[in-house]
Design a protein around this ligand. Structure first.
Ligand code: SF4
Ligand code: SF4
Ligand code: SF4
Length: 352
């Protein structure tokens, strides 16, 4: 890749041709404010918060989408740039509910963060505001488009990462909004409820239903873990309060999945605290289960396997291992099958 040399805030920066100014600045530790840009998604250049000055350009340019060039001179922190960013936040707040007190996103909301950093308590611009009904007939997430800043992240992720095209822009001008097909419920679209749109929404427009009003963002302990559903091994982040998992999120910096998940990993976690979970071994005698100690249960399993083997041979026994176990646990079980029982009848739910 050809290298270009440019100046950003007086510093010489070496970047690859094709990189954006935003990426080149990040490379040398210059963080440019942004709402709509998200690493891993095509830029929409919608929020105008990442604008910078470039020598030779009369207008400010959106650094998330503007490519670097040799000998380019960029300034990311001038008064003109800061005023433009402040104005962009002010415009967004002019049609935004001041709901931070009860908004689930408060504490991790990027609009709240920048309003705080630019010292904007209230928009200067009075006028018409949207009053959309809150949508959320599905069991997983709620859509409150009154808080939507039209960054387009949910549309991009749904089209370019999940390939579902369940949501898109609808209408024009002030009436522009994000909508599912014909403004229907998510169940009536190709949505697979992966929740990736929820994970990229920079504000509280899309939010998980789980954990609602049970803990503020700053009270949640973030515990990275590996999903226990299948052999892909995605990294999830458990949001824990008082020893209870309130919701599952993801982190683009962690794991092979780079923040993307499927519906099971993100929303299928209620089993963790289910009162129906087995916590002790049960042995079935005369058609009914009774509680047993681990020693008793393991003896019963060993006895049963021994009897089958002596009566019908080792190949009458088969072992089904599980993607919910670790590699090490699955390795040990096939070892039991081959070395202790003497059969190669081992199979796995994620084989195909
Ligand atoms: S989306 Fe952000 S700015 Fe809007 S109410 Fe929620 S926390 Fe506040
Ligand atoms: S949950 Fe997944 S499939 Fe459904 S709208 Fe969001 S990104 Fe698209
Ligand atoms: S719903 Fe969220 S991600 Fe989608 S456009 Fe609105 S603010 Fe952006």
């Amino acid at each position: 890749m050809k290298e270009v040399i440019l100046k950003i805030d007086g510093r010489e920066v070496r970047a690859e041709e094709g990189m954006t100014i935003f990426q080149a600045a990040k490379k040398v530790g210059i963080e440019i404010p942004h709402l709509c840009y998200r690493e891993g998604l095509a830029p929409t250049a919608a929020c105008r918060l990442c604008v910078v000055e470039v020598d030779g350009s009369r207008t400010l340019v959106a650094s998330c989408a503007y490519p670097v060039a040799n000998k380019m001179v960029v300034r990311t922190d001038t008064q003109r740039v800061q005023e433009a960013r402040k104005l962009a936040i002010d415009f967004l707040l002019s049609d935004h509910p001041y709901d931070c007190m009860t908004c689930e996103k408060s504490g991790s909301c990027r609009l709240e963060k920048y309003a705080y950093e630019f010292g904007i308590r209230k928009s200067r611009f009075e006028g018409e505001r949207h009053d959309y009904p809150i949508r959320g007939r599905n069991p997983f997430f709620e859509r409150d488009y009154n808080k939507c800043i039209l960054c387009g992240r949910c549309v991009t992720v749904c089209h370019e990462v999940q390939y579902c095209e369940a949501v898109d822009y609808s209408e024009r001008g002030f009436a522009t909004k994000i909508a599912a097909f014909f403004d229907r419920s998510m169940q009536e679209t190709p949505c697979v409820f992966c929740g990736n749109c929820v994970s990229v929404c920079p504000v509280g427009a899309l939010s998980e239903k789980a954990g609602r009003f049970k803990g503020r963002e700053w009270e949640l302990q973030k515990v990275p873990t590996i999903c226990s559903y299948c052999g892909v091994g995605c990294t999830l982040v458990l949001n824990v309060k008082d020893g209870k998992v309130l919701k599952v999120t993801s982190d683009k910096e962690l794991g092979i999945n780079r923040g993307w998940t499927c519906v099971k990993g993100r929303f299928g976690f209620d089993y963790i605290h289910s009162p129906d979970r087995l916590t002790e071994p049960l042995i079935k005698r005369d058609g009914t289960f009774r509680q047993a100690s681990w020693e008793e249960a393991l003896d019963a399993v060993a006895e049963g396997l021994k009897n089958i083997k002596s009566k019908y041979g080792a190949d009458a026994i088969g072992f089904l291992v599980s993607a919910k176990c670790t590699n090490e646990e699955n390795y040990l079980l096939q070892k039991v099958a081959r070395a202790a029982i003497g059969t190669n009848n081992v199979d796995h739910c994620a084989r195909l």
